[in-house]
Design a protein around this ligand. Structure first.
Ligand SMILES: [Zn+2]
Length: 298
């Protein structure tokens, strides 16, 4: 059986944007902090180029304003540009109107950065810290009204800050009053006793041995015959970035395993075939009933 193409996604943000860091460092301090996102992202672009892999980069609007040439470079390299909000605020902490304003501002900043370079407007969205949960599903209609056709913000696991346990584990169309949105959940593996384990990358790739993520992707590809959607952040390959998060659990989640992450990513893109969301799921062609959600096996 031909191997499936999996989905690689990168949330393009600085080391001071994660929710764990924002607890001690409010947004009005961001402008005074040195940027570190460019060299890390250039390393990622070089790796993807070497392996002929495409990815979806979910760009924070704030980063698009500060580093427009970086976002242009990503688009010029042929990767899909998605949206990761403007100010990295948790969706369930916002009112629907605040969320709409944040999304519109982010899309304006990103479109301004990629004007004349990207082949198509932004159609994919990922919420900060997977904060579309059962409390904030209203956000999907607002995304649809903003032109978003694919959302990858729902983690079908139980977690203290995000997740919808029991949510469908694979891509499917969700109907909203603004039209269908293709939801592509982060990769999880169904274990033999029925439990669902996260395998989508990020902290799990950093904190656990590489073979954990690799075995999870293989299980999804072979048993479910579905692509796995994997994510990470540029700051996760930067072992020297300032340690800003406070508290034992926050520091463990944010800073453990940074030094081994590049090697793990090298293995990941060598062991599996990856592409962008829009290549695996051609949601541009999605009709009003949300048909085209079949995974593209190639
Ligand atoms: Zn983020």
């Amino acid at each position: 059986m031909a191997p499936l193409t999996n989905i690689l996604t990168i949330d393009l943000e600085e080391y001071f944007h994660p929710t764990e860091v924002q607890r001690v460092l409010p947004p009005d301090r961001w402008a005074s902090l040195p940027s570190r996102v460019e060299p890390q992202t250039d390393w990622i672009l070089e790796l993807l180029d070497r392996r002929s892999a495409r990815a979806t980069f979910f760009v924070l609007g704030w980063v698009a304003e500060r580093c427009p040439s970086l976002v242009r470079r990503i688009a010029a390299a042929g990767h899909e540009i998605g949206c990761h909000s403007y100010a990295h605020q948790l969706v369930y902490d916002l009112t629907p109107e605040q969320f709409r304003r944040d999304t519109v501002r982010a899309l304006e900043a990103i479109h301004s950065a990629i004007a004349g370079v990207a082949r198509s407007p932004v159609r994919a969205y990922r919420a900060p810290s997977y904060s579309i949960t059962s409390r904030s599903l209203w956000a999907l209609e607002i995304l649809g009204a903003c032109g978003i056709r694919c959302d990858s913000s729902i983690y079908p696991i139980a977690h203290d800050r995000y997740g919808i346990p029991g949510f469908a584990r694979h891509a499917h169309a969700l109907q909203t009053p603004a039209g269908p949105i293709l939801e592509v959940p982060i990769a999880t593996a169904q274990l033999s006793h029925g439990a669902v384990a996260p395998v989508g990358g990020g902290a799990y790739l950093r904190l656990l041995p590489y073979r954990y993520t690799a075995a999870g992707i293989r299980r999804i590809n072979s048993q479910d015959r579905q692509p796995a959607c994997v994510y990470f952040h540029p700051w996760e390959i930067d072992p020297d970035h300032p340690r800003l998060a406070a508290g034992f659990a926050s520091r463990l989640r944010t800073y453990t395993g940074l030094r081994g992450m590049k090697r793990k990513l090298e293995r990941l893109v060598s062991d599996f075939r990856f592409s962008a969301l829009e290549s695996v799921y051609p949601y541009e062609k999605m009709n009003q009933t949300g048909v085209t959600t079949t995974a593209a096996a190639s």
